[in-house]
Design a protein around this ligand. Structure first.
Ligand SMILES: [Zn+2]
Length: 356
């Protein structure tokens, strides 16, 4: 039994999570790092940024929106401030184009804890107060949260990366319960790391299941987003899902959210397998390309997906977060996505009015 999907019954549209940061947020971040902003300035800056992300999604007509992850920094990097037991060490590379070898790394010096939680509940509370739309909250998965942590022999985990990840899973589980108790009804966990960190899909899914235990039982709808990495609009992992199946179906989730557009729509046949047990979120807009999909491009991709999954089980999204795109481009892509989906909805219902 799946928990209720938000949005319209046929082909709801949503986003994976992050939205393009307005340019003034980058400027503000520099000022904040230079300690030129007081706490009120900081709060207002990010409130304003969330308002922009929310209004853009609403204006584009997206059914289920997020706060654009405006309060986060480079997807997971901001969360490291909330952990204890870590010591920052220099990045591997500091020159040239920012890439997967550029972020700060963290050495484990003690058991990992997060005494004040991950901070997603206040993100939700602000978003809930500032939109009437259906909303989804995102949380990086336990494996992905460990991606910049280094477990070494002799440390608190004696180099056992999996043991470390299970402690992080407990932190995620506490956060998810706090979110559920605060009224969140739709959560997506993001795990691009399945294709990046060496290991078995079965083990990573078991880790995810540990992190989400008891959440669906509270009536919260859970999605699991698995992609191949998006730092600097670059993928990192081997860009196929077939080797993750059928293990990925063991995830305790209502929905799997996967990317197809940037992979030229290969592996759509997997949707049929997923749809036997779960709903499907299909990424049909390419967040790694400056090419703006036409309405007909999107409609064509939706029709192709519908050959494998019924419209009652299909949500349409971009492939991944928009954080690495300029805002004008992210907005255009959302608009086209929504219009393309509306076209197909009309074909399905025989109606000419919007069904959103
Ligand atoms: Zn992604």
């Amino acid at each position: 039994m799946l928990n209720k999907r938000p949005g319209p019954e046929l082909l709801p549209t949503s986003v994976v999570g992050s939205y393009a940061l307005p340019s003034w947020v980058w400027t503000a971040m520099e000022a904040i790092r230079a300690e030129k902003y007081g706490p009120t300035d900081v709060r207002e800056t990010f409130d304003d940024a969330v308002n922009v992300a929310v209004r853009d999604q609403e204006r584009a007509g997206v059914d289920v929106i997020t706060d654009g992850e405006m309060r986060r920094w480079y997807f997971v990097q901001g969360f490291y401030d909330s952990f204890t037991g870590l010591e920052q060490i220099p990045p591997l590379r500091t020159q040239g184009v920012y890439g997967y070898d550029s972020p700060p790394r963290y050495r484990v010096v003690d058991k990992i804890t997060s005494p004040k939680g991950l901070g997603i509940v206040p993100e939700f509370e602000y978003l809930r107060q500032n939109t009437d739309h259906a909303i989804k909250m995102t949380c990086p998965g336990p494996l992905t949260l460990t991606i910049h942590m280094q477990a070494r022999k002799g440390d608190a985990y004696n180099g056992d990366r999996v043991a470390l990840a299970y402690d992080v899973a407990e932190i995620v589980n506490r956060e998810l319960h706090a979110m559920a108790d605060a009224g969140v009804t739709c959560i997506q966990l993001d795990e691009p790391s399945y294709s990046i960190i060496p290991g078995e899909t079965h083990d990573w899914v078991a880790l995810y299941n540990q992190a989400v235990r008891g959440i669906r039982e509270k009536g919260v709808r859970l999605g699991l987003h698995v992609c191949f990495g998006n730092l600097g609009s670059r993928p990192r992992g081997k860009r196929r899902y077939d080797w993750m199946f059928p293990e990925l179906l063991e995830a305790d989730s209502d929905e799997l959210v996967l990317e197809f557009a940037n992979r030229e729509m290969i592996e759509l046949e997997l949707l049929a397998e997923i749809a036997k047990a779960k709903d499907v979120g299909a990424g049909l807009v390419d967040v790694k390309s400056f090419y703006v999909e036409t309405v007909e491009d999107v409609a064509e991709r939706v029709r192709a997906a519908l050959e494998h999954v019924p419209p009652e089980k299909l949500t349409i999204l971009p492939d991944c977060g928009f954080f690495q795109l300029p805002r004008w481009l992210a907005f255009q892509k959302l608009q086209r996505m929504v219009e393309g989906v509306r076209l197909v909805r009309q074909e399905l219902t025989g109606s000419t009015s919007s069904t959103s």
